[in-house]
Design a binder for this molecule. Structure first.
Ligand SMILES: O=C(O)C1=C[C@@H](OP(=O)(O)O)[C@@H](O)[C@H](O)C1
Ligand SMILES: C=C(OP(=O)(O)O)C(=O)O
Length: 409
């Protein structure tokens, strides 16, 4: 499905209920599989969460989690602990290019039986579930925090708990802290100090319901809309002032664009102070890689030069996001320089017309570009990709006066 999008509204206003955080949901689902006393509310309706739920219920040997990276990593650890169960865990073509070696090696250190079905280091993998008794593991922490969260999630179910020693610079740290805090909220003792994480063995947790906060990465597209608009008044629910999600740093980052965030009850109100535009933007996004695309496009729309660093994980996500951003932003006439871990935007004041943005099976390519419709009409290819994290995205944008038409390219 290709969409032509535009929006000529001067003042943006509306109320949007954003789906639950995919990161929180996917952690809680693994924990629910280990501790049946746990109930979850406001679960994400994303494809990734859906495929994880399906995988956890499946009794088949072949388990396919499509594009869901966290599900792939979390299930690799989970299935390794299921005694007597044998699965082949696979995903989309892109998933077979997303590395799992560091996680597999760590699990093997703990006694797991995992082998590669095709290419060493990548899915599909065959896992023969075993009782894992080792209580100490070391792994490199600068490639993906998902490997570390995966180990932390199974840690309390191991007979001796787990001590995880992290080597090298730790990337995407807020996601590790989110995992720890969710464990602690369930009553599972754990600490993360320096380069060491320790999780205590826990047989049972108390009966309880944990409420998932709505997704902050999804909120980023509304921050971008507010920043690009002449004026805005947007109400997003359900959000909390103290979030487990690192992407809540958006509230701070978008102040530079004149976007204010007011926390009220269970929602936030975004307002745009008219006439505020930064001279340039410089951010290290090592702790919040998923908002790199959003910020790049906000800056493109406002012709604000920007330099984003800490982007070394972007190459192994749904697509190589650095290359994808450069290719698609340059279609609008601006220049982009990328390295292995940074992106620099050298914007032009005008936008090329009749651009068609390719999305590379990456939900965030579609959603990050969408707010640019406030400045110039353009097309988005394969717009249904948004369902990976936010299936209702286009309906929600229509509520904000976006004109969205199906088109052939
Ligand atoms: O643990 C998580 O829920 C996630 C961790 C991050 O991945 P990396 O640690 O690979 O950067 C993030 O990009 C991803 O969308 C979700
Ligand atoms: C990187 C992402 O997801 P995952 O790694 O779980 O596929 C994302 O949602 O931006």
């Amino acid at each position: 499905m290709n969409l032509k999008i535009s929006n000529t509204t001067k003042h943006l206003s509306g109320t949007i209920k954003v789906t639950g955080s995919k990161s929180e949901s996917n952690r809680l689902l693994i924990l629910q599989a280990l501790y049946s006393n746990l109930k979850i509310s406001n679960l994400s309706n994303s494809d990734d969460t859906h495929y994880l739920q399906k995988a956890l219920k499946s009794e088949d040997e072949l388990v396919d989690i499509h594009h869901a990276g966290t599900a792939m990593r979390f299930l690799t650890a989970y299935f390794s602990t299921l005694e007597g169960r044998e699965v082949v865990l696979t995903g989309s073509k892109r998933m077979t290019e997303r590395p799992v070696k560091l996680l597999v090696d760590a699990l093997k250190q703990m006694g797991a039986d995992i082998s590669y079905e095709q290419n060493e280091g990548y899915p599909p993998i065959r896992i023969k579930g075993k009782k894992l008794t080792a209580n100490r593991v070391t792994l490199q922490a600068n490639i993906s925090s998902q490997y570390i969260s995966a180990l932390m999630l199974i840690a309390p179910s191991l007979p001796n708990g787990l001590e995880i020693n992290l080597e090298g610079e730790i990337t995407s740290t807020p996601y590790i802290k989110m995992t720890l805090e969710i464990l602690q909220r369930l009553g599972i003792p754990g600490v993360f100090e320096g380069n060491t994480i320790k999780i205590e063995p826990t047989q049972e947790v108390e009966r309880q319901t944990l409420a998932v906060e709505s997704d902050w990465s999804s909120a980023s597209y509304y921050y971008s809309l507010a920043a690009i608009s002449d004026s805005a008044d947007l109400k997003l629910s359900t959000y909390r002032k103290t979030s487990l999600q690192g992407d809540s740093c958006l509230a701070e980052i978008y102040k530079q664009f004149g976007v204010t965030t007011k926390f009220e009850d269970d929602h936030i109100i975004l307002k745009k102070r008219p006439g505020t535009k930064p001279k340039h933007i410089e951010e290290n996004l090592q702790n919040s890689p998923d908002i790199a695309q959003t910020i790049s496009v906000t800056c493109l729309a406002l012709s604000v030069p920007c330099k984003l660093t800490g982007l070394h994980t972007l190459k192994i996500k749904e697509t190589d996001r650095l290359v994808a951003l450069k290719t698609e932003i340059e279609k609008f006439g601006s220049k982009v320089k990328v390295t292995n871990n940074s992106l620099e935007l050298l914007p032009e004041k005008k936008f090329s017309e009749n651009v068609s943005v390719a999305t590379y099976n990456d939900h965030r390519m579609a959603m990050a570009f969408a707010p640019l419709g406030l400045k110039v009409p353009f097309k988005i290819e394969d717009a249904e990709v948004v369902s990976k994290s936010y299936p209702g995205f286009w309906e929600d944008f229509e509520k904000l006066s976006f004109k969205i038409e199906k088109t052939s390219i």
